[in-house]
Design a binder for this molecule. Structure first.
Ligand SMILES: C[S@@+](CC[C@H](N)C(=O)[O-])C[C@H]1O[C@@H](n2cnc3c(N)ncnc32)[C@H](O)[C@@H]1O
Length: 204
């Protein structure tokens, strides 16, 4: 089974609301809003059927892109948003092999980078992000923290802390802020421990 087939099968098995990582109130929304304005372009990498795109479109963000490996997840999100999603660009791709044809002001990734368990995958991801993020832009990333589970969706993950997460993005990115991420709404949705970081490309 390919990675794409794995993820689509995971989505096909259950409604999104019953998946372990689902949040009705995205925990990274505060970081995204703090580091962008509605005039900025945003790409949600491995966005799947996340409600982040809904929250940003509702706040007037007019240049949104959602990229995911699973066509099933993208179809679900596209269908749910309906007319509200007419300005959203949907990209079906593996982020580690993605060839961006434009740049974005903000790159968002919740619960995707931690599935990259080899150095080659992480190097490829960083290289893509470096090309895709505009100078002075931001990379917002959330992964399981060192107290988090060792697996998700039947796959091994790498867990991070306040030192290892920024280090995983060096030398191409420098740290803006890092810390534990509070769940979006207490007692609702994914309560597993995450760490969030905001980074910016190092200008040459
Ligand atoms: C745990 S889910 C998180 C979804 C979403 N970010 C959220 O917070 O609700 C991981 C998502 O990443 C996607 N994914 C996994 N590996 C990927 C890759 N290499 N490239 C693009 N998407 C990937 C999966 O299809 C899935 O939608």
């Amino acid at each position: 089974m390919t990675s794409e087939e794995h993820w689509s099968a995971v989505y096909e098995r259950r409604p999104t609301e019953e998946l372990g990582w689902y949040e009705s109130d995205p925990s990274t929304l505060g970081l995204v809003i703090a580091h962008s304005t509605p005039d900025d372009s945003v790409i949600d990498v491995g966005g799947g059927d996340s409600r982040l795109v809904d929250a940003l479109v509702n706040r007037g963000y007019g240049d949104m892109t959602v990229l995911d490996l699973s066509e099933v997840a993208l179809e679900r999100a596209r269908g749910r948003l309906g007319g509200r999603g007419r300005t959203v660009e949907w990209i079906h791709a593996d982020v580690t092999g993605f060839a961006p044809e434009r740049t974005w002001a903000l790159w968002h990734d919740r619960a995707v980078f931690h599935f990259l368990t080899t150095r080659e995958q992480r190097d490829a991801y960083r290289a893509v992000a470096s090309r895709a993020i505009a100078p002075g832009g931001r990379l917002v990333v959330a992964t399981f923290s060192s107290e988090g589970p060792e697996q998700c969706a039947g796959l091994a993950v790498c867990r991070y802390d306040v030192d290892s997460l920024p280090a995983a993005f060096a030398p191409e990115f420098q740290l803006v802020t890092v810390g534990p991420l509070a769940a979006g709404r207490s007692g609702e949705g994914d309560q597993r421990p995450y760490i969030g970081a905001v980074l910016t490309p190092v200008s040459n």
